[in-house]
Design a protein around this ligand. Structure first.
Ligand SMILES: *[C@@H]1O[C@H](CO)[C@@H](O)[C@H](O)[C@H]1NC(C)=O
Ligand SMILES: *[C@@H]1O[C@H](CO)[C@@H](O)[C@H](O)[C@H]1NC(C)=O
Ligand SMILES: *[C@@H]1O[C@H](CO)[C@@H](O)[C@H](O)[C@H]1NC(C)=O
Ligand SMILES: *[C@@H]1O[C@H](CO)[C@@H](O)[C@H](O)[C@H]1NC(C)=O
Length: 602
């Protein structure tokens, strides 16, 4: 377990080394203005005043993120490193090289520290290890005074999530251009991308029998697949890793976990014994705990479905490659004192970036996300820049595209609009949509897809998306509901319905892009491990490769459509067509083909 002390270095600079002009102060205080204000909590969240917060003893770890210089230059370099054929391809960067490229101005750090000094919080502040943030640990009461904010407990009844957040906060005017994000404040958090958990208990023995033979009922069926459930055997045949006889052992597969989700050891054991395709029945996983995350081996929190799904499929597909479950904590206990309302996503990304090269996973599967419209733009940008850094370090990041098709209500600020997901819409991750069926493999109608309202279209998909915009006729009538200049997703897709998992000893079916994401990510890890075994660099940020040569190793999905919305545009959506489309991206993986392409890539 990593304690806060390992992540932070105490600052040596004296706060008085920089003087703030007198004109910016009023009565010894800095003149402040509202920096961010939400008219209401994001859709689905509501204030819960039933528990009174003890603001005096409730501790908060506030991250004050400094404006980084040279981010555009870094993005250009990161893109070159990820583009096959470029002379810099595969030249992954050390974190200190990235940090020196994008370091904030010294003045920014000094100004924030002087402000904290004025507020009596200088001794509560530390500079983050990579000097991009100032971290203040203080009581909620002190933070409220600092930010002129009022925190409350909010809940999302649908998911049972809760968070201590504020709808508005202020910053001194003098910090304009020096600070670009302060959290936790207005960002409410991510949820697990699993929608239709059908916890149908099945007889495991019957199911094995059904999954080992070709069912006569569907003659074109892929061996091991049937209409009731997806298993590792089915995926091995469908995605063509069944023919692979190598024993992959090197590298590291990463699985992200939040919201107290934790896999159950005995369920994995049962699953592997019954369903493992490779000769890796005894393989298990290790846990890395971030920010107070926990990883009990037995059911403690009842939050096990997402984690069991992710770990069981990653473990089954990735042969003998070590698997690591990264459990990030960050939800406070509600009763009693000493709660700690951290922002788990930033903690997770900063933890990974602080690892040395040998400790990083090669691939990371992230089955969590939320509506892009609920994510403050500064937060989205900061996170997306951190993903870009992980990619430049050599990590391939796969993110679930969401389980609401083109949106639920499809209303943003009262206007009819398709809704998008974050971090799926970040251009520095590879976003995985959903498919279903095997003959042919078609679109899963609830799979998320669309065009970001925050991020513009990245260069690697420019030609591909332009071709779709020019040739696809199915979207003409709905083009007013999305901004086609945005980053388009998903990039790729995989099976998303009826994954057979073991939950507390029983077989159950689970659906969602939460299933597609670890499936595709595990195929990527097989590619990465193959490259490592032959002395090559891992693939790192995948998209320029995927939209180039990699596209030839995909099964194009051309049937079905994603839908969504309610009211007058109920049922609107995107169709799968030949080539890339916002329903299934470039398609599902053909591991044999991708392996040949990966081996031919320098
Ligand atoms: C694969 O390699 C691992 C680690 O070297 C080893 O434990 C395992 O027995 C091997 N499996 C096969 C099928 O050769
Ligand atoms: C798995 O563990 C069992 C029990 O320890 C052992 O008998 C078996 O040989 C192991 N299988 C492999 C493939 O290592
Ligand atoms: C569409 O997206 C682009 C790039 O992201 C942005 O510059 C433009 O303002 C957006 N247009 C509308 C109407 O929102
Ligand atoms: C993207 O495509 C458009 C239209 O073809 C073109 O004008 C633009 O320069 C392209 N941008 C990039 C970054 O390639």
């Amino acid at each position: 377990m990593v304690s806060l002390k390992n992540l932070l270095v105490v600052l040596a600079v004296s706060a008085s080394s920089f003087a703030i002009p007198f004109s910016s102060r009023e009565d010894g205080q800095f003149k402040a203005s509202i920096y961010q204000k939400l008219p209401a909590p994001p859709a689905g969240w509501e204030r819960d005043d039933s528990v009174k917060l003890d603001k005096d003893s409730f501790m908060v770890k506030l991250r004050i993120h400094l404006v980084q210089q040279g981010m555009k230059k870094f993005h250009d370099l990161a893109m070159k490193i990820a583009t096959p054929g470029h002379e810099l391809y595969g030249g992954h960067l050390a974190q200190h090289v990235i940090d020196s490229m994008i370091a904030p101005k010294q003045e920014s750090k000094d100004l924030v520290l002087e402000w904290l000094d004025t507020e009596g919080l200088r001794s509560h502040a530390e500079v983050s290890p990579r000097s991009d943030s100032i971290i203040v640990e203080a009581s909620l009461e002190q933070i409220e005074k600092l930010l002129k904010a009022e925190y409350s407990k909010f809940v999302r009844p649908e998911s049972g999530d809760s968070a201590v957040r504020t709808l508005e906060y202020s910053l001194p005017d003098i910090l304009k251009g020096h600070v670009d994000m302060v959290q936790p404040t207005t960002f409410f958090g991510l949820r697990a991308m699993k929608s239709t958990i059908k916890e149908v208990t099945m007889n495991i023995e019957d199911n094995i029998a059904a999954n080992k033979i070709n069912t006569a009922a569907s003659p074109a069926a892929v061996k091991g697949c049937n209409s009731n459930s997806i298993t590792p055997i089915c995926l091995a045949n469908l995605y063509n890793f069944a023919s692979d006889t190598t024993n992959q052992t090197v590298g590291r597969m990463g699985i992200a976990g939040f919201l107290e989700q934790h896999p159950i050891q005995s369920d994995l054991k049962t699953f592997m014994n019954k369903y493992a395709y490779f000769d890796n029945k005894n393989e298990t996983y290790s846990c890395e705990l971030i920010n107070g995350g926990t990883c009990p081996a037995t059911d403690v929190t009842n939050n096990i479905v997402e984690a069991n799904l992710d770990v069981q499929y990653a473990r089954a597909i990735t042969q003998n490659i070590p698997n690591v479950y990264y459990s990030t904590g960050g939800r406070p206990p509600w009763l009693g004192s000493g709660g700690n309302t951290n922002e788990p996503y930033l903690e997770f990304l900063n933890y990974l970036l602080a690892l040395d090269d040998d400790s990083l996973p090669n691939t990371m599967s992230i089955s969590y996300g939320d509506d892009e419209a609920t994510v403050p733009i500064d937060y989205a940008n900061t996170c997306c820049d951190l993903f870009a850094q992980l990619g430049a370090r050599g990590v391939s990041i796969l993110v679930a595209s969401g389980d609401s098709g083109v949106g639920n209500s499809c209303k943003v600020d009262g206007k009819a609009q398709f809704t998008t997901a974050f971090p799926a819409a970040c251009p520095w991750v590879t976003t995985v949509g959903g498919t279903t069926g095997t003959s042919p493999e078609g679109t899963w109608s609830d799979g998320g897809g669309g065009f970001s309202e925050i991020f513009g279209r990245p260069s690697y998909q420019n030609d591909t998306v332009n071709t779709w915009l020019e040739t696809d006729t199915t979207h003409t009538a709905i083009s007013k509901y999305f901004n086609s200049s945005g980053r388009a997703y998903p990039d790729v897709s995989a099976q998303a319905m009826n994954f057979l998992v073991v939950l507390l000893g029983s077989a159950a079916g689970v659906s969602g892009t939460s299933a597609a994401c670890p499936t595709f990510a595990s195929v990527v890890q097989l590619l990465n491990s193959d490259r490592l075994a032959s002395g090559k660099k891992p693939l790192g940020f995948l998209n320029p490769w995927l939209y180039g040569e990699g596209a030839k190793g995909m099964n194009d999905i051309t049937t079905g459509r994603i839908t969504g919305c309610s009211g007058s545009i109920s049922g609107a959506g995107f169709s799968a067509v030949a080539g890339w489309d916002p329903a299934t991206g470039l398609g599902s993986p053909n591991y044999g083909s991708l392996l040949a392409i990966s081996r031919a890539t320098a």
